[in-house]
Design a protein around this ligand. Structure first.
Ligand code: SF4
Length: 474
C-alpha cells in the first residue's frame, strides 16, 4: 500500500514559541502503548514542552489510542468531542494529536470528522515524531505520519519513564503473525527487532539510573530476531539481560505460543532474576476455532508448551488471553475452552467477547454468535476461572514471598506488593516502602489478590534512598 510518510497541508497556522508550552497525554491500551506515551513525552520534553495533568492546562493534547476495545474509533471521536466541549479546544492555540492504532486505522478520516485535530500518527511513524512536531511548530495545520514502511523500532534515550523502579523497554515492534481477528499487523507494521547490543547497553544504563526491574516488550516478544552479528536468540538475550549486575527482576511480554521454545524455559531455570511468570495467550481451546483464528498452533501443541513450563525447576505462574464467541464458535468449541482452563490451571485470564475489527480477515466474516450468547459464555468462563484462581491463591497462604512494593494506599494504610510470579499482595505498610523489596507472609487469599504481613523487619527503619541503593546493587 502506497502511503505518504508525512502529509502537510498547504494551509498555514500561526506558529507559537515552543519554550514554556505544555502537553497532556491520555493513553489507552497495553504496556506497549503506555511505553509509547513515555517515549513521546521524552521527545516533547527534549523540545522544551512540559507535562501537565489536565487537558485544560495544555497547549498540546495527545490522545494515544487502542483499537482492541470495541467501537474504538467511535470512542476516540467522542473523547475528542469531550475535550472540545470542556473548553480544551476553544483556544485557537491548542493543538490536538491522535496517536496509536486508531490513528493508523482511521488515517486522514480523522481530520474530516474532527477538524480541530492537527496531527495523526501511527506507532510505526513515531521515529519521525521530531520532524512532525517541527512541522506543527512551523505552523502546519495538518500533519500525518502513517507509513508502515519502516526498518526502525522506536526506542529513544529521551524516554520519560513514569515509574521510577520498573522500566519498560521495547525489543521488537510490529507483528507478522496475521491472526484473523487482529488489527495489530495493520496498525503497527511488520516485525522489526532491535540489535541485542543496544538493548543490553540500554538495560545497563537503566540499572545505573536506579531501575531494579525491566520489562522487555513486544507484541510477540519471543519472536525476537537479533539483527546484529551477535545473532542472540531470544532465550540468550533473556539470560544476558538477567545477568546484568544490580538488576533484580526481568519480565517479558507478550509471548506467542508458536515461538515459545524450550530454551526459554531453560533460560528461566538458569537465571533467577527472570521472573516466575509467563503470559502465553491461547485465545481458544478448540482446534477448529484456532484454525479460523490462524493462530498457527493446535490445542495439543499449546499444551506441550504448558507442560514444558510446568516441568521447570521452579514454579512458573501462567496467564493467558481468551476470546469467546469468535466467528463460528459452537457450544462444543466453547466447552473445549472451559476444559482447557481446568487442564492448565491458569493463574490469571484476560477474557474478551469477540467483536469484528476493520482491516482484519475476520472483519468480513459473519459474526455468528449472538451478543447475548457471547455474554453468557464470558460470564461462564470468568466464573470457572475465578474458582481456579481461588484454589491457586489459597495454596499460597502461609508461604513467604519477596515482593516489590509498587504502591501505597493511604486510606487503607496498605502497601501493594507484586511477587515475581505476578501476584499482588496487600499488607500493612508505609509510603516510603514504595520501590523497595521485602518479604511478606501470605495470611489470606481472594480470587484476584492476596493479603499478607511483613515477614522481615530488618530494612523497615532504613532511609528509603539507601534501601533503593541496596536493591539496585542486588
Ligand atoms: S500474534 Fe496475532 S494477536 Fe498477537 S499481535 Fe500478532 S496478529 Fe495480533
Amino acid at each position: 500500500m502506497e502511503e505518504p510518510l508525512v502529509q502537510i497541508s498547504a494551509e498555514p497556522a500561526p506558529a507559537a514559541p515552543v519554550e514554556g508550552r505544555r502537553f497532556y497525554i491520555e493513553t489507552f491500551g497495553c504496556q506497549m502503548n503506555v511505553h509509547d506515551s513515555e517515549k513521546v513525552a521524552g521527545v516533547l520534553m527534549a523540545r522544551g514542552y512540559r507535562p501537565v495533568a489536565e487537558p485544560e492546562d495544555a497547549d498540546l493534547i495527545f490522545y494515544n489510542t487502542c483499537s482492541i476495545r470495541e467501537k474504538a474509533a467511535q470512542k476516540v471521536f467522542s473523547r475528542l468531542g469531550q475535550f472540545r466541549k470542556a473548553g480544551a479546544g476553544k483556544s485557537s492555540n491548542k493543538i490536538f494529536a491522535v496517536l496509536g492504532c486508531v490513528a493508523q486505522q482511521e488515517g486522514e478520516e480523522i481530520f474530516e470528522r474532527a477538524p480541530h485535530v492537527s496531527l495523526v500518527c501511527g506507532s510505526a511513524s513515531y521515529p519521525k515524531l521530531p520532524e512532525l512536531l517541527e512541522q506543527l511548530e512551523n505552523g502546519s495545520r495538518r500533519v500525518m505520519g502513517l507509513s508502515l514502511r519502516t526498518e526502525d523500532c522506536f526506542e529513544t534515550e529521551l524516554t520519560r519513564r513514569d515509574n521510577r523502579f520498573r522500566a519498560y523497554l521495547t525489543i521488537i515492534e510490529g507483528c507478522d503473525k496475521r491472526c484473523s481477528f487482529c488489527v495489530v499487523p495493520a496498525t503497527r507494521g511488520p516485525e522489526r527487532s532491535r540489535p541485542s547490543g543496544k538493548i543490553l547497553e540500554e538495560c545497563r544504563r537503566l540499572v545505573d539510573e536506579g531501575f531494579t526491574e525491566i520489562q522487555l516488550l513486544g507484541q510477540t516478544v519471543n519472536s525476537y530476531r537479533d539483527p546484529s552479528p551477535a545473532r542472540l536468540s531470544f532465550a540468550e538475550l533473556l539470560v544476558r539481560v538477567g545477568e546484568i549486575r544490580g538488576l533484580r527482576r526481568v519480565r517479558f511480554t507478550t509471548s506467542h505460543p508458536r515461538d515459545f521454545t524450550p530454551d526459554i524455559v531453560q533460560a528461566l531455570d538458569a537465571c533467577p532474576t527472570l521472573c516466575d511468570h509467563v503470559h502465553l495467550p491461547v485465545q481458544s481451546g478448540s482446534n477448529a476455532v484456532l484454525r479460523r483464528m490462524a493462530r498457527g498452533y493446535t490445542r495439543e501443541e499449546y499444551l506441550e508448551k504448558i507442560d514444558c513450563i510446568r516441568a521447570a525447576k521452579r514454579a512458573i505462574s501462567i496467564s493467558t488471553d481468551i476470546i469467546v464467541g469468535f466467528c463460528g464458535e459452537t457450544v462444543d468449541d466453547f466447552e473445549q475452552t472451559l476444559a482447557l482452563l481446568d487442564r492448565v490451571g491458569y493463574d490469571q485470564v484476560f477474557s474478551f467477547k469477540y467483536s469484528p475489527r476493520p482491516k482484519t480477515a475476520a472483519g468480513g466474516w459473519v459474526d455468528s454468535v449472538p451478543e447475548e450468547e457471547k455474554g453468557r459464555r464470558l460470564v461462564s468462563l470468568q466464573e470457572r476461572q475465578r474458582q481456579i484462581q481461588i484454589l491457586r491463591n489459597q495454596a499460597c497462604v502461609g508461604k513467604e514471598y519477596e515482593v516489590l512494593v509498587e504502591a501505597y494506599q493511604p486510606k487503607l494504610g496498605q502497601a501493594v506488593g507484586r511477587t515475581t510470579s505476578n501476584r499482588i499482595i496487600n499488607f500493612p505498610g508505609r509510603p516510603e516502602w514504595v520501590g523497595t523489596y521485602m518479604n511478606v507472609r501470605v495470611t489470606s487469599a481472594g480470587p484476584n489478590s492476596l493479603v499478607g504481613e511483613r515477614a522481615d523487619n530488618a530494612e523497615a527503619d532504613a532511609p528509603p534512598a539507601s534501601r533503593l541503593r541496596v536493591a539496585a546493587q542486588g
